[in-house]
Design a protein around this ligand. Structure first.
Ligand SMILES: Cc1cc2nc3c(=O)[nH]c(=O)nc-3n(C[C@H](O)[C@H](O)[C@H](O)COP(=O)(O)OP(=O)(O)OC[C@H]3O[C@@H](n4cnc5c(N)ncnc54)[C@H](O)[C@@H]3O)c2cc1C
Length: 483
C-alpha cells in the first residue's frame, strides 16, 4: 500500500519503541491519552532485540554449559557439546516472544502503532517515512512528543562495523560460528559480559582497555572477583592500550594494532606497540545518543554534552511540550532508567504530580560473578556529608552460596550512622542482580539497618546475606565476625 501525503493528529507522539518509549506509550494509554508510537526497526528497541535480553540469554546458556563442564567437585563429569545455531535460535525465540508481547500490550492499551522513521518538521509536527520502496511518508501533528530514540554503539577510527571482522555488540550476539579468537576493545560492562560469553564458548579472548582496570566507575573490591574469574576463564587483558587499526593477515584472520594510551593529561604515552592476531575484534567502547537524525533543531529542542537531550526532573526538554526519556536523555544508559522516565513523562502529560527520582537506581553488570549497586557508595555518601556506617557479609559464610558452588563475593550496605537509614549497597557474587532489589526497596521506603536486619529471611537463601550485612553494620551479625 502506498501511503499518501495524509496528515493525522495525536495527543501524545512517542518516537522509538525501546523500553523507554513503549513504556511511555503504554502508560499514556492507561491514562486515557490518545497516543501514537512510531518505531523504525523493531518493537522493544535495543534492549529486547540487540541488548539486555539477547546478551542475558547467551550469558545463561554459556553459564549452564560452563557449570556442567566444571562441576567435578560436585561429582558431575560432563563435557557439554555446544550447538551454537541451536543456542542462537533459542535466544531469538526468547526475543520474539518478548517483542510480540510488547506489540500486543501496546495494542491492548489503545496505542496506535506506526512503522517508520520520524523527523521533526516543527515543534508540533513530524514527518514519518515508511521504509520499503513506494511506501512514502505521512505527516503527524501532536500536542506532546516524547523522544525515546535510544543510543547506538560508538565506532572508533579504522574499525568500521561494516567491515566483516569488526563486530559491535549486536553483531557479536548473532554470530553464526564460534570464533577461535576474539579481541574485545573496551572493558566496560558490555565488553566484559560478552568476553565471558565467548570465553565460555571456547574462544581465546583478549580484552584491550585504555584505562588500567576493568569496569571503570566501580569500586576495586567489587571488580576483584570479576577479574579473578575472568583470568580463570583464560581471558587475557592488555591495559593502557588504544586499538588504532587492523590489517588482514596472510594467514586467516586479522592483526589488531594497539598503541599505548595517552595519559590523563593528554600526553602521548611511551611504550611499545602491541599486535594481536585474532579472528574478530569486538568494539565495545560505549554508546552514543541517537539525537542527530531527528531534525531536533526544527522543533527547537537543544542537545547538550555528547548529543544527549537535556531534561528537567519531569523529563521535559527546553521545549515545554516535548519530552525526552531513556538513553537519548543521558546517563545512566540503562533500560529500567528509561522505563521509569517514560512513565514519568506520560504521567506529567496527563497532569499528574510525578517526577524522576534517581536515588534508588540500581545498576547491574551481568559478569561472572555479577555486580549490582544501588544508591550511594560509601565515598559518595561521605562526599554528600553523611557520617557513614557500613556492614559487609561474605558469600563464603552463606550456607546457600556454598550449596550453589559459587561463594565468591560479598554484600555491602552503607547507612547513615546517625539514624541508620540505608543509603546504598553494593553486591558482587551469585544472583547479585536479584538481591539488590531488596536494598533498592529499603532506600525507597526509607528503611533503616534495623528494618532490614529485623526482617526474617528464609533459610537457606542468598538473601540472608543482605540481612547479615545489615546486622554486621549494627555489630551483631551471627555468621561472620563483627567489627
Ligand atoms: C549488549 C547490550 C547489553 C545491555 N544490557 C543491559 C542490561 O542488562 N540492563 C540494562 O538496563 N540495560 C542494558 N543495555 C542498555 C539498554 O539496552 C538501553 O539502556 C535501553 O535499550 C535504552 O532504551 P531506550 O528505549 O532509551 O532506547 P532503545 O532501546 O535504543 O530504543 C530506541 C528505539 O528508537 C527507535 N528509533 C530511533 N530513531 C527513530 C526515529 N527517528 N523514528 C522512529 N524510531 C526511531 C530505534 O529503532 C529503537 O528501537 C544493554 C545494551 C547493550 C547494547
Amino acid at each position: 500500500m502506498v501511503v499518501g501525503d495524509v496528515t493525522t493528529g495525536t495527543d501524545v507522539l512517542v518516537i522509538g519503541a525501546g523500553p523507554a518509549g513503549y513504556v511511555a506509550a503504554i502508560r499514556a494509554g492507561q491514562l486515557d491519552l490518545d497516543v501514537t508510537l512510531v518505531e523504525k526497526d523493531a518493537y522493544g528497541g535495543t534492549c529486547l532485540n540487540y541488548g539486555c535480553i539477547p546478551s542475558k540469554a547467551l550469558i545463561t546458556a554459556t553459564d549452564i554449559a560452563h557449570e556442567a563442564a566444571t562441576a567435578e567437585e560436585m561429582g558431575i563429569h560432563a563435557d557439554p557439546a555446544i550447538d551454537l545455531a541451536g543456542m542462537i535460535e533459542w535466544k531469538d525465540g526468547v526475543v520474539d516472544q518478548l517483542t510480540s508481547g510488547v506489540e500486543k500490550l501496546c495494542k491492548a492499551n489503545q496505542v496506535t502503532l506506526l512503522e517508520g522513521t520520524a523527523r521533526f518538521v516543527d515543534d508540533r509536527t513530524v514527518r514519518v517515512s515508511h521504509s520499503g520502496e513506494g511506501q512514502g511518508s505521512e505527516t503527524l501533528e501532536f500536542e506532546h512528543a516524547i523522544v525515546a530514540t535510544g543510543s547506538r554503539p560508538i565506532e572508533i577510527p579504522n574499525f568500521e562495523f561494516d567491515d566483516e571482522p569488526v563486530l559491535n555488540s549486536r553483531q557479536a550476539l548473532a554470530v553464526d560460528s564460534v570464533p577461535d579468537s576474539l579481541v574485545v576493545v573496551g572493558a566496560g560492562y558490555i565488553g566484559m559480559e560478552l568476553a565471558s560469553v565467548f570465553a565460555k564458548l571456547g574462544t581465546d579472548v583478549t580484552v584491550l582497555e585504555m584505562l588500567d582496570s576493568i569496569l571503570p566507575g566501580y569500586d576495586d573490591d567489587l571488580k576483584r572477583p570479576v577479574k579473578k574469574r575472568a583470568n580463570e576463564l583464560g581471558i587475557d587483558f592488555e591495559f593502557g592500550y588504544t586499538a588504532t587499526e587492523w590489517r588482514d593477515r596472510e594467514a586467516d584472520g586479522i592483526r589488531v594494532i594497539a598503541e599505548p594510551a595517552s595519559t590523563d593529561g593528554g600526553e602521548q604515552a611511551t611504550g611499545d606497540q602491541l599486535t594481536l592476531d585474532t579472528d574478530h575484534v569486538l568494539v565495545a567502547v560505549g554508546r552514543e545518543p541517537v539525537s542527530d537524525t531527528l531534525a531536533l533543531e526544527a522543533a527547537g529542542v537543544e542537545t547538550a554534552d555528547r548529543g544527549f537531550i537535556e531534561t528537567d526532573s519531569r523529563a521535559r526538554t527546553n521545549v515545554n511540550h516535548i519530552f525526552a526519556v531513556g538513553d537519548v536523555a543521558g546517563e545512566p544508559m540503562l533500560a529500567h532508567k528509561g522505563s521509569m522516565e517514560g512513565q514519568v513523562a506520560a504521567e506529567v502529560i496527563a497532569g499528574e504530580p510525578t517526577a524522576i527520582d534517581h536515588q534508588a537506581m540500581p545498576a547491574v553488570v551481568f559478569t561472572d560473578p555479577e555486580i549490582a549497586t544501588v544508591g550511594m557508595t560509601e565515598t559518595e555518601a561521605e562526599e554528600a556529608g553523611f557520617e557513614t556506617v557500613t556492614g559487609q557479609f561474605p558469600f563464603r559464610a552463606s550456607g546457600r552460596a556454598l550449596t550453589t558452588g559459587d561463594a565468591d563475593g560479598f554484600v555491602k550496605v552503607v547507612a547513615d550512622d546517625a539514624d541508620g537509614y540505608v543509603l546504598g549497597a553494593s553486591i558482587v557474587g551469585p544472583e547479585a542482580s536479584e538481591l539488590i532489589a531488596e536494598l533498592g526497596l529499603a532506600i525507597e521506603l526509607g528503611a533503616t539497618l534495623e528494618d532490614v536486619a529485623a526482617t526474617v529471611h528464609a533459610h537457606p537463601t542468598l538473601s540472608e546475606s543482605v540481612m547479615e550485612a545489615a546486622e554486621n553494620a549494627l555489630g551483631h551479625a551471627i555468621h561472620t565476625l563483627n567489627r
